[in-house]
Design a protein around this ligand. Structure first.
Ligand code: KG4
Ligand code: ZN
Length: 367
């Protein structure tokens, strides 16, 4: 079985062909970073137009690299939400048109399900596992039980972790995307022997019951420290790097604390888990991985992270989620039948993986 996957929900146009044996036969990711950089963040209209300009070319290229004709594909899977709706519509419309022309199933994939199952594509973990999904748009702890069965244990009440990194980097004048820039600045400060505690940043939600996240208070505190240290002038580089270190340490501590709580939650304290999995762009951060590794070990588990190319947004995870769904035809699955989804399936800007999850304690909860 070979499935074509399309991902266009954010600022990467991605196409991949994956087979049942977990082989990624073709894998293309086109970043729009350069188009958005002048604006210091993602501009949805620019993103949608760029997906439209690039997608058909990428599909032709993926088929050529795989040495396949369109009729060799067994199904067409596309991210159908959650995400920036203009971009999602581009991918979904393309997938539907191909499915109709080729007479193959169309699979409307939840982007979060793609992330949730990516560790089964590589390295290949077994159910059930705990997933910490940390990216620019998502910050959630999910118990992944089976295909189509996800229990959300915690989510953010305001910003996602990656979003917090990006906003902090902007405030510190470190550019976009913020995560890698903050990690570099933090390494410089650590090498210079800076004590991150000296900056007195608060550690939101630390030790609180449950495992929800909140990062907006931290952002406000960072803004105040910057103002204090700037004193009307510019922020000295040493202070800028020190603040980046303090910020990264705080996020690592909060993620570790919340994940540790999640591992203790639920009937039986989640003792049946096969692994702790971390995915999403923020999973690339070495300090965060180190903190999570300690949490996993303390609970007798191993920390598993898919390779970087499968952590950040990609289409292989979308194709793979399609394969998992076709294989499972899961009883009780929340996501349509093994025959695929109808061509009238409407793209969804919001699409929680666990619609039964209680709202997080706080304001506007992200899906
Ligand atoms: O998964 P991803 O590529 O796209 C989304 O679905 O959002 O994640 C991008 C996010 C950005 O916010 C970026 O700043 C963050 O991941 N990120 C990092 C690192 N590399 C990327 N955050 C912290 N440390 C990093 N090394
Ligand atoms: Zn994502």
């Amino acid at each position: 079985m070979r499935v074509l996957g399309i991902e266009s929900s954010c600022d990467e146009t991605a196409v991949a062909i994956v087979n049942e044996r977990r082989e990624r036969i073709a894998e293309l990711v086109l970043s729009q970073l350069k188009e958005h950089r002048p604006f210091g963040g993602i501009v949805p209209e620019i993103a949608a137009r760029s997906h439209l300009n690039q997608l058909d070319r990428l599909i032709v290229q993926a088929l050529a690299e795989a040495g396949l004709a369109p009729k060799d594909l067994d199904a067409i899977a596309a991210t159908a939400g959650p995400g920036l709706i203009g971009g999602v519509l581009v991918g979904v419309t393309m997938a539907k048109a191909m499915a109709l022309a080729l007479n193959r199933p169309f699979l409307a994939i939840n982007h979060l399900e793609g992330h949730a199952l990516s560790a089964r594509l590589d390295p290949g973990v077994e159910f059930p596992y705990l997933l910490l999904l940390v990216s620019g748009g998502h910050c959630q702890l999910l118990r992944v039980e089976a295909v189509g069965r996800y229990r959300r244990l915690g989510t953010t009440v305001d910003d996602a972790a990656g979003e917090a990194f990006d906003k902090a980097a902007k405030m510190l004048g470190l550019g976009y995307p913020g995560g890698p820039a903050i990690e570099q600045a933090a390494s410089r400060a650590a090498a210079a022997g800076t004590d991150p505690k000296g900056y007195g940043l608060p550690r939101p939600m630390l030790g609180r019951p449950g495992c929800d996240f909140s990062f907006s208070g931290l952002k406000t505190a960072l803004r105040q420290r910057i103002q204090e240290l700037t004193g009307g002038g510019t922020l000295p580089e040493r202070e800028r790097d020190g603040l980046a270190l303090a910020f990264q340490e705080t996020i690592a501590a909060v993620l570790a604390d919340r994940t540790s709580h999640a591992l203790e939650m639920g009937a039986g304290g989640n003792r049946d888990l096969t692994a702790l999995v971390v995915a999403g762009g923020v999973a690339a951060n070495r300090r965060i991985r180190q903190a999570l590794d300690q949490v996993a070990r303390a609970k007798g588990l191993t920390l598993v992270a898919p390779p970087a190319a499968l952590c950040t947004d990609n289409a292989a995870m979308i194709a793979w989620a399609g394969i998992e769904r076709l294989r499972a035809a899961a009883p009780g699955s929340t996501q349509g039948s093994a025959q695929g989804d109808g061509l009238d399936f409407a793209a969804r800007p919001r699409w929680p993986l666990d619609p039964t999850a209680p709202r997080a304690a706080g304001a506007g909860v992200k899906a």
